[in-house]
Design a protein around this ligand. Structure first.
Ligand code: CS2
Length: 488
């Protein structure tokens, strides 16, 4: 039997039905993937339960496919979060998503929901590529065909288009102030989202854009946030395991590690859920938290993913159990990142790094190297190149961050085009030389300006490190790395 409001009584995981049906919409969430369900929806559920405020029901919007809508609609939006690993809590039912809409098939509904007077928060988990940023200018990619169509007034397909058209409708209807909360792994994600929305508005005809820009300036805020929880893609085996626990079939279940964290800048234009009641932390140093997480956790994650892919490790847990790979993460965090990072108050670098490696080692999570290694062109710059730059500026070789970049380069070079999961796959493959020697590949990929800026790309020391590591991986594989990386 399928999980739904009607079948709820059949599951041992009790939920109060009356409380569930009383929820009203307060949040529109763009990007209703597994991460949002295991993070944002859980915090919001917790906030509503502890504060007794039922007005923060989430209208979730999917981006490119309607799969999650198909999964959630027959279940009245209910789904399970199953924690995996040490300290895992029993599976919990989450009821905070009260409607799921396909943004691709029904963009008009998204615009209309954002304009609802009861909605005062928009949350976003649209992944790096969802922002349609031009990496060279750091602004909206106005050359993107879908961005152009959204600007021309077609039913908006991009997240920034849907968001901005929704704000426009809101201003037209006078529905009141609203806060846009980015929950993606990007430095200064709030400010970035504001700039992208402003760039969209600035590209509209002046008569339309100018009043909207003014309305946004006084009615919309864009706090930055740092989000953290490892959430792999749900597998068929996960769904079967959840069915076993629940006694009901849940096609929308997600699995996640027990750890979860949300650090939020307290800058809200209107009302907001009491997320702090569910464990979120309001901070004045979100950029500090974000930089630490991106450059320590996400950078090590990428390093393990590309080394693991080269060595045939299917999961991050397998990769981090290879002593040389674990040592490479430690060296990168301790030698390259920590000396160039200003840690936020309350974060101890050494403890954080140990905790991160412990979380990677969670054998029950099944977080794949393929998933973490996807979209490298969007992640390398944010996670690794800031560390590379900081070390070069300090006159130090970015030895270990270069290993991660070289491992990514090799992944790009040896993965067949159709299997390279990256929005820039075609551009990257086109850039590659015919002869895949270390020097030729490194030089060719350093020339991709949407990833490497001129100064970094032309740094001879950095190029030499990349070439060195590329050759070690390419010619000597795992034994070669073992010889090169000091490990106990
Ligand atoms: C991962 C992240 O897929 C990836 O690139 O590095 O999704 C990571 O699991 C999360 O940021 C952890 O909070």
């Amino acid at each position: 039997m399928r999980l739904s409001l009607a079948s709820l009584g059949e599951t041992p995981l009790g939920l109060d039905r009356t409380a569930l049906t009383a929820l009203t919409p307060g949040i529109v969430h763009l990007g209703l993937g597994a991460f949002a369900r295991a993070h944002t929806a859980v915090f919001t559920e917790g906030a509503m339960r502890s504060s007794g405020e039922p007005g923060w029901g989430i209208i979730g919007v999917t981006q490119r496919s309607d799969t999650v809508v198909q999964q959630l609609a027959p279940q009245d939006g209910l789904f399970t979060v199953a924690e995996r690993g040490d300290g895992a809590a029993p599976a919990r039912l989450v009821s905070s998503v009260i409607e799921a809409i396909s943004g691709r098939d029904n963009p008009a509904a998204v615009v209309e929901r954002i304009a609802l007077p009861s909605v005062s928060v928009i949350t976003l988990t649209i992944t790096e590529k969802g922002y349609r940023m031009d990496p060279q200018t750091g602004s909206l990619n106005l050359g993107d065909a879908q961005v152009q169509a959204d600007l021309a007034g077609h039913p908006p397909q991009t997240a920034i288009g849907q968001l901005t058209r929704g704000l426009q409708e809101r201003s037209r209807l006078g529905s009141g102030p609203i806060t846009v909360v980015s929950c993606d792994n990007l430095p200064g994600n709030g400010e970035l989202t504001r700039q992208l929305v402003q760039a969209f508005v600035a590209a509209l005809p002046a008569a339309e854009g100018a009043p909207l820009l003014a309305w946004i300036a006084t009615n919309v805020s864009f706090p930055s946030t740092m989000v953290d929880r490892m959430v792999p893609a749900t597998t068929a085996r996960d769904l079967d395991a959840v069915e076993h626990e629940l006694g009901l079939r849940d096609e929308a279940a997600v699995v996640a590690e027990p750890f979860m964290q949300w650090v939020i800048e307290d800058n809200f234009a209107g009302t907001r859920p009491r997320w702090e009641d569910a464990g979120a932390v309001f901070s004045t140093d979100v950029p500090g938290w974000e930089a630490a997480k991106l450059r320590l956790l996400n950078a090590s994650h990428s390093l393990l993913a590309y080394l693991g892919l080269a060595a045939g490790n299917a999961t991050i847990a397998e990769a981090v159990s290879v002593p040389a790979f674990r040592a490479a993460c430690e060296r990168m965090m301790f030698d390259d990142v920590l000396p160039t990072l200003h840690l936020p108050d309350g974060l101890d670098g050494e403890t954080y790094c140990k905790q991160v490696l412990g979380r990677f080692a969670n054998p029950a999570l099944g977080h794949t190297t393929a998933k973490v290694g996807s979209d490298g062109s969007q992640k390398i710059g944010l996670r690794l190149l800031s560390t590379v730059r900081a070390n070069l500026d300090a006159g130090r070789p970015p030895r270990w961050a270069a290993l991660a970049v070289a491992a990514w380069m090799r992944h790009v070079a040896v993965t067949p085009a159709e299997a390279l999961n990256d929005p820039l796959a075609a551009e990257l493959k086109d850039a590659l030389p015919r002869e895949l020697s270390a020097r030729a590949v490194v030089n060719a990929l350093l020339g991709v300006r949407s990833i490497f800026d001129e100064a970094t790309a032309t740094d001879a020391g950095f190029a030499a490190l990349l070439e060195h590591w590329y050759s070690v991986i390419d010619e000597h594989g795992l034994p070669g790395l073992g010889n090169e990386i000091p490990h106990g």
